[in-house]
Ligand binder design. Structure first.
Ligand SMILES: Nc1nc2c(ncn2[C@@H]2O[C@H](COP(=O)(O)OP(=O)(O)OP(=O)(O)O)[C@@H](O)[C@H]2O)c(=O)[nH]1
Ligand SMILES: [Mg+2]
Length: 325
């Protein structure tokens, strides 16, 4: 079967064809040069339809209940006439590939719902690669008409920063009754959160969850207020029983209204575009240099490794030489 061309994929995904949408995402995830060219044509076609969704990043330690919560929240949002797409950025699961099955089973009802689309974790290259393609996948999902996009990320390392820099709202999930030392949640991640929810507030955990909620509310006072001007709410919920989910969705929509009306949403998005422009500039310059001038790059690198030159000087000399050719 011949591979569909970018314009065919575009027409099909605009018409709601989810098979075409899946293929389109696979295409932007590919690092092969010919795929990359096609992906760029496709993304360019989609660009006029991008930016119309509300993008939510969801983070928290493994097992906190992100996928379970996405299932609940997604179904609730659909009941309120939204259409929901889910992406996962999960560099840790690449070895086993286990999360693909896991995500689908955790989101049993959502994954079969006609107004939902779930794309399990990308099996791929570096985090940078995964993050870049996730960003592009968001554009495809928006062109396909999804108005709520949920991006799940595991609470490790840089994936938070990457997801934070491509979403409008960052939701931090915490475990109840494990409040000591702020559960090892890094300060930087706390600072990114627009909403904090203590999950698993059910059964014997209800009281402890509320204690955790108060602890975190106090802890949040120690951080500088968010640039959006929004007061970060700390809630309790149970993704298992559904308790608190309505309230969480309300808070999400309140935040959306808030940042829409004070202009922060737009400012934040243009800052994000700026960030991705610079990231991409660095990445592409680097790739071009190492592909086209491998010997020169290697020589400069050797000079640094042998202690003959400082990195900045070696690179300045390298660039001078290349640009004056
Ligand atoms: N009691 C209780 N269990 C929950 C709740 N939410 C999730 N769980 C359970 O916690 C386990 C992990 O849930 P997941 O939704 O897979 O958690 P996750 O954060 O997506 O995990 P990773 O994707 O591996 O990082 C599952 O067994 C869920 O059934 C909750 O609100 N209450
Ligand atoms: Mg999960």
């Amino acid at each position: 079967m011949p591979k569909p061309q970018p314009n065919e994929l575009f027409t099909a995904l605009r018409a709601g064809d989810t098979v075409a949408l899946s293929r389109a995402i696979t295409l932007v995830e590919s690092s092969r040069a010919e795929h990359r060219k096609q992906a760029e044509v496709l993304l360019q076609l989609c660009l006029p339809y991008a930016g119309r969704s509300f993008r939510i990043g969801i983070t928290g330690v493994p097992g906190v209940g992100k996928s379970t919560l996405i299932e609940q929240l997604g179904l609730l949002a659909i009941a309120k006439d939204h259409s929901v797409a889910v992406l996962a950025v999960d560099p840790s699961s690449r070895k086993t590939g286990g999360s693909i099955l896991g995500d689908k089973t955790r989101m049993e009802k959502l994954s079969v719902h006609p107004r939902a689309f779930i794309r399990p974790s990308a099996a791929g290259t570096t985090l940078g690669g995964v993050a870049g393609s996730t960003r592009e996948a968001i554009i495809l999902l928006e062109a396909a008409g999804y108005d709520l996009i949920l991006v799940e990320t595991v609470g490790v390392g840089q994936s938070e920063t990457a997801v934070h820099s491509m979403t409008d709202l960052f939701l931090l999930l915490l475990l109840s009754g494990a409040g000591d030392e702020l559960q090892g949640i890094k300060r930087g991640i706390m600072e990114m959160a627009d909403i904090v929810a203590v999950n698993k507030a059910d059964g014997d955990n209800v009281i402890r969850a509320d204690q955790t909620r108060m602890d975190f509310k106090r802890a949040l006072h120690l951080f500088p207020p968010p640039a959006s001007g929004w007061t970060v709410p700390v809630l309790t919920c149970s993704a298992l029983t559904g308790t608190g989910m309505e309230h969480l969705l309300e808070q999400i929509m309140d935040y959306r209204t808030f940042v829409n009306s004070n202009g922060f949403l737009e400012r934040n998005r243009s800052r994000q575009l700026q960030y991705w422009f610079h990231e991409s500039l660095q990445q592409q310059l680097m790739n071009q240099l190492t592909e086209r001038f491998p010997d020169d790059v290697e020589a400069a690198s050797q000079a640094v490794l042998e202690g003959r030159e400082l990195p900045s000087a070696a690179i300045a000399a390298l660039l001078n030489r290349l640009f004056s050719r």
